[in-house]
Design a protein around this ligand. Structure first.
Ligand SMILES: [Zn+2]
Length: 53
């Protein structure tokens, strides 16, 4: 378990992989898994999803 960098809600790893982006269940911010051991996340850069548009 780690904490959301935006709202500090508990974030639990549920079959996530390194580099996966998922929304925080509490604040909805996109988070990216940086490492699995230990489990850690960072705020995902929003620009990445807009590429190609
Ligand atoms: Zn959050």
């Amino acid at each position: 378990m780690t904490l959301c960098p935006e709202c500090e809600a508990a974030v639990v790893n549920h079959d996530l992989i390194a580099g996966e982006i998922f929304p925080c269940v509490d604040c909805g911010t996109d988070l990216e898994v940086t490492t699995l051991e230990p489990f850690a996340v960072q705020t995902a850069p929003k620009e990445a999803e807009d590429w190609g548009e």
